[in-house]
Design a binder for this molecule. Structure first.
Ligand SMILES: [Zn+2]
Length: 310
């Protein structure tokens, strides 16, 4: 990603952060996808901002004072939940000194409530054991259907906090769900020729996407979520990819392109940079644009046309 694009995105964030208090609800989120859904549902009644940009690793956002300041006057805070933001949000929220959005307060939303959680661990797992998904896989925003659940949830929360505009929030959520259903049918058609095809992803953040679109996950560049790859892991994975004819490695802008390319080249395949969060790559400004780009990249890579390959 070029410096210019980053500067533009950072300026956009600052612009949102400094907007006057004219909106009925000021909504902050930990993830760009949640800000995008919140904007669709809130429409003209809300301003939104995400603390983590789409090209930043949502597991490890530095808990800077500027983030705490940015949410000082927020009415609503939407967390991904399932511990995705569990390493930094517990520092940023209290740091904001904003009583409305602390965990448990009426303005705090756990967006994972109501979501169909995949990879729920059996028994007790903690981050201390090196697993950053202790409550199940938190990357549900890679499935369009799960975002419909989030939209409905946000419409309820916005209506409770701002009853005057409740009818608008409900109508916006219905419109969001309807648009998502139409787009989903289009994306499913695009990926239909690749049912059962296997891919490798850098991190375990593709299970919801694979589940929705009928792809298989062959392995991860990381040996364990949050643990960087070792040369031995990459060699072994490349060998089994070759044996099984798996040729596509997918990685986000915040993960190591070098490790992904090394693996792909050893396996005789391609490494493709993808955005699983809105704003992660140019042309992925909202959740619909994100899925458009993501589905095209994955379909292109599986077809052997690695347009997005770097
Ligand atoms: Zn993760």
């Amino acid at each position: 990603m070029s410096r210019i694009i980053r500067v533009v995105q950072i300026s956009a964030l600052l612009l949102v952060a400094s907007l006057p208090a004219r909106a009925d609800l000021k909504v902050a989120t930990s993830l760009s996808d949640l800000a995008s859904v919140a904007q669709w549902v809130g429409g003209k009644h809300v301003v939104t901002q995400s603390l983590c940009r789409g090209y930043e690793d949502p597991h490890f956002v530095p808990a800077k004072p500027s983030l705490m300041k940015a949410i000082q006057h927020a009415d609503v805070f939407v967390s991904v939940g399932l511990e995705l933001d569990g390493g930094w949000l517990p520092l940023v929220l209290p740091g904001s000194r904003n009583p409305k959005i602390q965990a448990g307060a009426s303005g705090f939303v756990d967006a994972s409530e109501g979501v169909n959680v995949l990879e729920k661990p059996i028994g007790t797992v903690s981050r201390a054991e090196g697993d950053i998904h202790p409550l199940g896989n938190p990357h549900y925003y890679a499935d369009p259907k799960q975002l419909e659940i989030v939209a409905d949830h946000l419409a309820q929360v916005f209506s409770r906090l701002d009853p005057t505009n409740a009818a608008d929030y409900a109508a916006n959520a219905r419109a969001f769900d309807a648009k998502m259903e139409t787009e989903l049918a289009k994306w499913q058609k695009q990926l239909a020729p690749y049912q059962g095809a296997a891919v490798v992803t850098y991190h375990k953040n593709f299970v919801y996407f694979a589940d929705r679109f009928g792809l298989k996950l062959f392995g991860n560049v990381e040996p364990k979520p949050g643990i960087p790859p070792t040369p031995r892991h990459l060699s072994e994975l490349a060998e089994s990819m070759k044996q099984s004819g798996v040729k596509v490695v997918l990685y986000q802008p915040y993960y190591s392109a070098d490790a992904s390319r090394e693996l792909a080249s050893k396996a005789g395949g391609v490494a493709v940079e993808i955005a699983t969060e809105a704003g992660g790559l140019p042309g992925t400004d909202d959740v619909f644009a994100k899925f458009d780009t993501l589905v095209s990249s994955v379909a292109g890579a599986l077809a052997g046309k690695s347009g997005g390959a770097k």
